[in-house]
Structure formats: C-alpha cells, structure tokens
Write a protein that binds this ligand. Sequence first.
Ligand SMILES: Nc1ncnc2c1ncn2[C@@H]1O[C@H](COP(=O)(O)OP(=O)(O)OP(=O)(O)O)[C@@H](O)[C@H]1O
Length: 578
Amino acid sequence: MTHPEILPVASGLETWRWLCAELKPHRAQAIVTALVAIVGAAASIIPFYAMSILIDKATENAPTSAIVPLGVAITLAAVVGGVATGWTSYLVSRLGETILADLRERVVATALHIPTERLERIGKGDVLSRVGTDVATVAKAVSSVLPVVISGLLLGALSVVAMAGLDWRLGLAGLVAVPAYVLAGRWYLPRSAPRYAQERRAIGHRSSVLMESMQGVQTVHAYRLEDTHLRQVDISSAAVRDISVNVFALFTRFVGRVNRAEFLGLSVILVTGFFLVRADEVSVGQTAAAALLFARLFNPVGMVLFMFDEVQSANASLARLVGVVSDSPPAPNRAARAVKSTALELSNVEFGYDSGVPVVRGVSIGVEAGQRVALVGATGAGKSTLAAIAAGLLDPDEGSATVGGVPVAELDRGSVAIVSQEVHVFSGPLIEDLRLARSTATQQDVLDALDAVGAREWVDALPEGVDTVVGEGGHSLTASHAQQLALARIVLLDPDIVVLDEATAEAGSLGARDLELSAAAATQGRTTLVVAHRLTQAATADRVVVLDRGVVVEEGTHAELVAAQGRYAQLWTAWEGR
Ligand SMILES: Nc1ncnc2c1ncn2[C@@H]1O[C@H](COP(=O)(O)OP(=O)(O)OP(=O)(O)O)[C@@H](O)[C@H]1O
C-alpha cells in the first residue's frame, strides 16, 4: 500500500534550531524576558528568607522593632514579585506571539503556493490542519501554557538553590523529591497522551453524529430513522463518557503520585531539619523556611506536570509548522517577466496525473494575440487539464506552455488569469471580493467592471449594493452570479491572456446566455482559450480545437469543421438536436 504524501514534519533538532534562529533577531527582547522572569522568581523567594529570620528573632525574644525591616522586605518583595510575574506572562506571550505570527504567515504563504498537483496528492486536510489546528495549538500554548511552565521551572530551580543557601543539606533533602516527581511524570505522560487523543477522537465522532442527524433531520423524519439516530447518538455519547471517566481516573492516580512526591520531599526536609537543629547546625527558622519554600512549589510544579501534555502537543504542532516552512520552497519569487507578444503557445504538451496514465498527449495549440480559441471534446478528453496547463497551474511533463516565448509560470502576476469550474467567493463585502483582482480599484472601477459583465443590475438590487457581505455566512449568490463576479475580477485584473473553464450554467438556460455575454465582454481583445462546455461557445470562437482522449483530432474554424463532416460536425449536430 502506498502511503499518501503528507507535508514534511521537522525533527526535534530542526525545530530547536529553527526556534533559536527565530529568537536571534529578538535577542534583546528574549534577554529582558528572561531577566524579568528571574527577578519575579527571586522576589517570591525573599519572603521565605525573611520569615526564617523572623522565626529566629521570635524564638530569641527579639524586640518588636526587629520585625519592622523584615515586614518591609516581605511587602516590597511581594510587590516586585507580583509585578515581575505579571510582566513575565506578558513578555513571554508577546515574544511568542511575534514569532508565531511570523510563522503563521509563512505557513499560509507556503500553503498558498503549493502547486495544484502536489496539493491534490497531499490532500487539503493535511494543509488545513496545519494552518488551522496546529497554529491554534501552538498559539494556545504560547499564551497560556508557556508563561506558567517557564515561571514554574524557574521557581523550582531557584527554590532548590535557596534551600541549599539556607543549608546545603536542606537543599539536598529537597532534591529527594525530584526523582519521585520524574517517576510520576514518566508514569502519567505515556498513558495520558493516547487517552486524550482517544477522547478528542470520540468527541469529534459524537459531534459528527449529532451534526449529521441535525443536518439530515428531514430525511431522518421521512424514513422514520429517529430511533436509529438516537441510538447512534447514545452510543457515541456513552463512548465519550466512558473515556472521560477513564481519563479522570488516570488523572486522579497521577495526582496521588504527585502528592506522594510532595509528602516525601517535605518529610525528608523536616526530618533532616530536626536532626540539624538538634545538632545546632541550623536554626528552627532556616528549617521552617526550607519547608515553606518546598511547600510553595507544590502548585507551580503540579501545574508544570499537568501542562506537560499540552507542551508535548504544542511541540508536535510546532514541528509540523516548521516542517512546512523549512522544507517547502518559500513563496516562489520567480523573476516575473513581461512579454512583448501576447500569443499563447502550447507546444508538444504531455501530462499525466499520479496514475502515470497520460491524459494529454503531444498537444500543440497556438492562440494568436487577441484571438479566441475554443477547446471541445467529450468528458474526460483532457480539456480542463490543458486549460490548467495553459494558465500555469499545472506544469507539463513534456513540452511547454509559453506566452511570447516565456513559460506561463514565469509571467508577471496578472498576465494570465483563469476562471475555473470552482469559483470561490471570499466572505466579506462584495466590493472587497472584486478588489482582490486589483487592490487599488476605486468604487467606480468596480461598478464599471460589474457593468461590463452585465452584473450591475443584480448587484445594485442587493441589500447594500457593492457593500453587501457575500460568501460564507453572508448573502448567498447563485452559481451564475458568482461566475459573473469572477468575470468582473478579470476585467479589473486586465490580463493579456484569459483561460475560461466555467461550466456552471445549464446549457440553453437564460443564465448560460447571460454568462456567455459576460464572458465575451470580459475577454474582449484578450488572447483567450475557452473550454467550450456549451458548443455555442465554440461557434463564436475564432478557431476550434477538438480533443479526444488527450489528443488533438481536429482543428479549424466552426464553419470549416462543420463542413468537414468529422468529429466536430457530429458533436455540433448532436448539440443542435438536443
Ligand atoms: N486531479 C486529477 N487527478 C487524477 N486524474 C484526473 C484529475 N483531474 C482529471 N483527471 C483525469 O484526467 C482525464 C482528463 O480530465 P479533464 O478534467 O482534463 O477532462 P475534461 O475534458 O475537462 O472533462 P470535463 O469536460 O468532464 O471537465 C480524465 O480521465 C480525468 O479522470
């Protein structure tokens, strides 16, 4: 079995190198962030030192005035610690978000430049999950997990140093808990990751079962499938419940292990302290401070452990994002080339999709500047494939597609435009959808373009005219109207060469006639290759090329081909007799 191609995933080392390289330009910001974090952690330790002195003073019956400077120190440290900890969160998020924003832009730019063929092999799912889920996972980690983990780890390290500063044996006693924490983590993490994944899958399944039942509610009623669907919802909900209970049970056992580590550490510190106090090696205050410092760590260390799977999954997502930006070539910065002649030349073009079976074989077609050539052929003859090659969306395996001698893929952006079968209307005001073709277009330019393709009337009739929000979640447009917008974009883009492969309008319908007029207006004076899904498109072209199973079988004007009584004439007769 061949595995489907997926986008690359960076190794741990590559991800780390990438992160270091990204941090370099933000070195100053990274250093300030680290310093503020250290100040925050250090400040939260000072009160414990002060407390150790306080306890000793109290046991020595020192005067009340001795307490005042300690109180001031504790208050100051609390204020500085609070401010610094808040700042750490802010600075870590800011640095992380800056790097993430850059990464997100580069991933999207790379994804948008994946050649169509490769995108089809990879599947849109992988690309979408990287741009969507992976970016979201890393973003969440950067804003909510990373600050906690960094502060927790720093506090842990500094507290052990502080305990050792009170007495090295107390520091050592505190370290006894480390292996117990590590064991708890090593027990939990390999068990939790697959269970969380299982839980997410089960939740996803339950949502799709619910969605399916709700979306198909009429069919469910019509076929009296209510019980079956309720049973499916029951089963999927029960599965989520069981897994969630299981996950919680595991979590509780993990908490038990963490508590054991805490108990062990605290007991060893207290017992060590007891013997050291008895031997007059340390004071009661020092022992109490060490114990309090250790207890102070319960919360942050627990948080770090609990968040470890989020760190792991953010790390996995980051590797997937870094894989995309570091392996795929960056947004192709092909030296755009302008051309003198706008004649389109397909020469000996061969092309096959993954199966290796050639679908276009040795095709040569010339479209003179300003001419309109129609491609005709049965379904599957290779018309759309050839159109995509002519527009530079697919690279031919053999032969070439050039304009004035320059490969189409290397032309200036905007020299060649394609209106394909899948027209996408981007969500937002209609005017913005059109400005995608020319960002500097004024409202008047847009209205003129709509006029040119005969769309002005229905656009003006929309609730807010050109400002009406269209696309997903907005005013929905018919396929013909969407197609007209695509043609209006062509008018605004003003390319030299146009490839038309639109097939939405039913042959003979009023929409089809309107669309043909729109297409004629949009392609007026441009070199045009049109896939003639309706033969009237061929009849009005300067020349017609007939394709059959990837090969050109006839070529000439409509009149010549009809007179020749060949393949085209048969198609034309059949078309007329519909
Ligand atoms: N993305 C793809 N992957 C694999 N095979 C494809 C792909 N697109 C098209 N084909 C195959 O290539 C051949 C030519 O298809 P193409 O879409 O170019 O034909 P067409 O003449 O435009 O047909 P239609 O009029 O139905 O659009 C067909 O056999 C089709 O199954």
